[in-house]
Design a protein around this ligand. Structure first.
Ligand SMILES: [Fe+2]
Length: 185
């Protein structure tokens, strides 16, 4: 006679057989090692990033190492936009995005409509709707927004699907994006 505990303990997915069983065990072990090596913690702080992505003029901080969570269902980051810079117009083909303004003042354009943006303002970008965010050159402070995307995109696919540029976005001689109040191209 066995109870449910007996059924799960030492059986099922802890005892794999078949031609790919060893590969599955290796994958689990590699993932577990990656999490441990990264020192993953579920608590983070926006002022103490554990990873920074160096987008031109828009360094982007990860407060939590979500790269150690390949099965996560969302992405999030703090984007620190320098005056005269911004994220070029793009769409997300797979899900929605929310911006929460943390500090500074800037502009958010959604589907051609330009909005002023200041602390605690919130913006919802629906799937497939073009949008951009920038900090006008006359400003002196960084414009900081916390962005949440759901669902998440696997790291291997991020460069291909995270953001799809809208044709016509332009850069200066150094490859940096600059924005002004001109209408959407
Ligand atoms: Fe976006």
């Amino acid at each position: 006679m066995s109870d449910a505990t007996d059924f799960f303990t030492g059986n099922g997915f802890s005892r794999l057989t078949g031609p790919l069983a060893e590969k599955a065990r290796e994958f689990d072990a590699t993932l577990e090692k990656a999490r441990n090596d990264a020192g993953f913690s579920p608590k983070g702080n926006l002022r103490e990033p554990v990873i920074t992505a160096e987008f031109p003029g828009c360094p982007t901080d990860l407060p939590i190492n979500f790269l150690a969570l390949p099965n996560r269902q969302m992405d999030y980051c703090l984007i620190r936009i320098k005056p005269g810079h911004g994220f070029p117009e793009h769409v997300h083909g797979y899900g929605d995005e929310i911006y929460l303004v943390i500090s500074g003042h800037g502009k958010v354009r959604i589907d051609g409509e330009l909005y002023d943006a200041g602390p605690l303002d919130t913006f919802h970008q629906r799937t497939g709707v073009r949008h951009e965010v920038f900090n006008p050159a006359e400003n002196e402070e960084d414009f900081e927004i916390f962005a949440v995307n759901t669902p998440a995109v696997h790291q291997d696919l991020r460069s291909k699907f995270w953001g799809i540029p809208v044709p016509g976005a332009t850069t200066d001689a150094e490859g940096r994006y600059h924005h002004d109040e001109s209408p959407v191209r």
